[in-house]
Every structure is written in C-alpha cells, then in structure tokens.
Design a protein around this ligand. Structure first.
Ligand code: CP
Length: 327
C-alpha cells in the first residue's frame, strides 16, 4: 500500500481503507444528495487533490476496475477530467463518443447500455442531451452511473467542483452571497449549483432576463433579479454562465450584443461585488458575451482552479461509488 506523506491518519484511512461509503450507488444529481453526502464527497476530494499535486499522480485505489466514459454531447473539461481522475486512481478507462460508436448506426441508449454491461464495465460516466438519460441507464445496468450532464437537468460533478473551489477560497458556504448570472433556463450547471449551494447554507441570487429563467425557480429558495447591478452589490461570489445558443429557441433575447450590454460581467459591474469576491465560470466561455476578457483573465477569476479541482472531485466520486460496491 502506498503511503501518502502529509495526510493525517484519518485521511489515509478514509482514502485507502474505506472509512466512508457513499450511500447511493449512483451520482445522478445534487437534488438527491443531502448536505452530509455532499460534504463527504468534498472532504474525500482533499486527499485526492494532494495526490494530483505530486510528481507521480497515481495511487492504486481502483486498480483492476474499468470506467466507461460515454459521451453523447461534446465536452472538453468533463470528459478529460473524468478520464484523468480514473487513471490517477489506476482504473482502466474506455472512451465512447456517440459520433464514433454504433449510436450513429441507430443503436439506442438501452442497447448501448446492455452492450457496456456485457463488456464488463465497473462504472459508467454518461453525458446525454436528454434529461433523465443517466437515471434510465442506472435502472438498466447493475453498475454505478455518474451523470456528466443530462440535457438542461443536472451536472452534479460540475457543481461539486464549484463548491469545492468555494470551500477552498472561502472556508464555508454558510451565509455566502452567491450571484449566478446568465442563461439559467438552459443551464444544468445552475440547477445543480442551486441544489448544492442552498443545501450548504449559501444565499443564492439569480440574474437573467425573464425569458432565460425557469418559471417558479424562487421556490428553490433563491432570490431572482433581472438587473445585474441590483444583485451584485456586496456579493461574495459571481458565477457566470454561458449563453447556450445551441439550446435556445429563437426570440428569447433581442440579440447577443444587447445581451452582453445588459447582462455581461464587466469590470464596472464586478466593482459592485465585495473586494474579495471571486469570479467563476464552468466553461466553455463566450468571451465578450457573458464575461469580458479582463474579468475572465483577471486576478479575481478562479476559472482555472475550477478545472483543476474537477479532477480531484471526480476522483472522489469515482472512488466513493466504486468502493460502495465493495472494491
Ligand atoms: N463545464 C463543462 O461541462 O465543460 P465541458 O462541456 O467542456 O465538459
């Protein structure tokens, strides 16, 4: 067994001996996780981050396991970080993208799932354009399923890495004023973050044009604004979302330039936030649309930290779910 220098005995035990197990077999969304379960994943990500900070970024925790990364939509960050996370834990990985698989010949998700099961996968990571696809897969195959983004529904590991980054930066989520600004309607990142942040005690504010907000979202325990200037005052965190033009029906905004002028995060708007406020973006960024270059590249942006933390958080989820099956 590898020794991890610098970890407390408790952390070592948790990491290698399985001090804790994620109660659910799958990671489908933050709506279904308790604050305790979310904190469990985040705490387990701390030693994972120490692993990826070293020269040799590998531990034997998932040796002999096979992780299938099945993506029906494009991705850079999520796909690569899941693959790296699995490799750092010594799992074997197989990448399947819809465009190069038998999906293009008309194979259904159900048949693809049966094939993956028959090939002996130990865990499946799925991104799919339809909300609920990972839930369907979880019912069909007897291995853990991780939702890597399902339509406009949830993107749980993105929210987990966002919250992990905030915990590193701010210590606690309790009482933090978090402003989420952008295309909330089409954003699975927003939905998962709303669940996670509110469960952990953050004060969540949403800003978007009325056409880009889901009806009744206030019932999720958030405050809704239509003017960024109103929401940004004294905020601790500004989370900017991409304008998802590929999911939009026509006519939801007058135009991209108008949207950038009314809702884009620029230096003047950011000046309304607290001096120590951090700027987040899940990526990919539409520079000059939802965020100005100087803000995205500025000293208050933690966007690259989010990407790095994504590997640690996904290692944590992979480890806890695989361990939960008796690894
Ligand atoms: N944030 C995110 O999901 O990015 P990708 O689409 O590149 O995976």
């Amino acid at each position: 067994m590898l020794t991890i220098a610098g970890l407390s005995r408790k952390q070592r035990e948790r990491f290698f001996l399985g001090g804790k197990r994620l109660p659910s077999k799958h990671c489908l969304g933050l709506a279904a996780l308790s604050a305790k379960e979310i904190n469990e994943i985040l705490e387990n990500a701390v030693p994972m981050k120490q692993v990826i900070s070293r020269d040799i970024k590998k531990v034997p925790a998932l040796r002999g396991k096979t992780v299938v990364v099945l993506f029906y939509e494009p991705s850079t960050r999520t796909r690569v970080s899941f693959e790296l996370a699995a490799k750092h834990l010594s799992a074997d990985t197989v990448n399947v993208s819809a465009s190069t698989s038998s999906v293009v010949k008309g194979e259904s998700l159900v048949d693809t799932a049966r094939t993956i099961k028959a090939l002996g996968a130990d865990l499946v990571v799925l991104r799919h354009p339809s909300a609920g696809a990972p839930h369907l897969l979880a019912r069909l195959i007897d291995v853990p399923v991780i939702n890597a983004g399902d339509g406009m529904h949830e993107h749980p590991t993105q929210a987990l890495l966002d919250i992990f980054t905030l915990r590193e930066r701010k210590g606690t989520l309790k009482g933090l004023k978090v402003v989420i600004i952008g295309d909330i309607l089409h954003s699975r990142v927003a939905r998962s973050n709303i669940w996670g942040l509110t469960k952990l005690g953050a004060d969540v504010h949403l800003v978007a044009p009325p056409t880009l907000l889901p009806a009744g979202i206030e019932r999720a325990g958030v405050t809704v604004h239509h003017r960024p200037e109103e929401a940004l005052v004294d905020s601790d965190v500004v989370m900017v979302l991409r304008l998802q033009r590929e999911r939009q029906r026509q006519g939801l905004i007058p135009g991209v330039r108008e949207y950038a002028r009314m809702y884009g995060l620029n230096a003047a708007r950011l000046a309304l936030a607290r001096p120590d406020a951090v700027v987040m973006h899940p990526g990919p960024i539409n520079r000059g649309v939802e965020i100005a270059d100087d803000v995205a590249d500025g000293s208050r942006a933690v966007i690259t930290e989010q990407v790095t933390n994504g590997v640690a958080v996904r290692m944590s989820v992979l480890y806890l779910l695989t361990l939960g099956r008796g690894a």
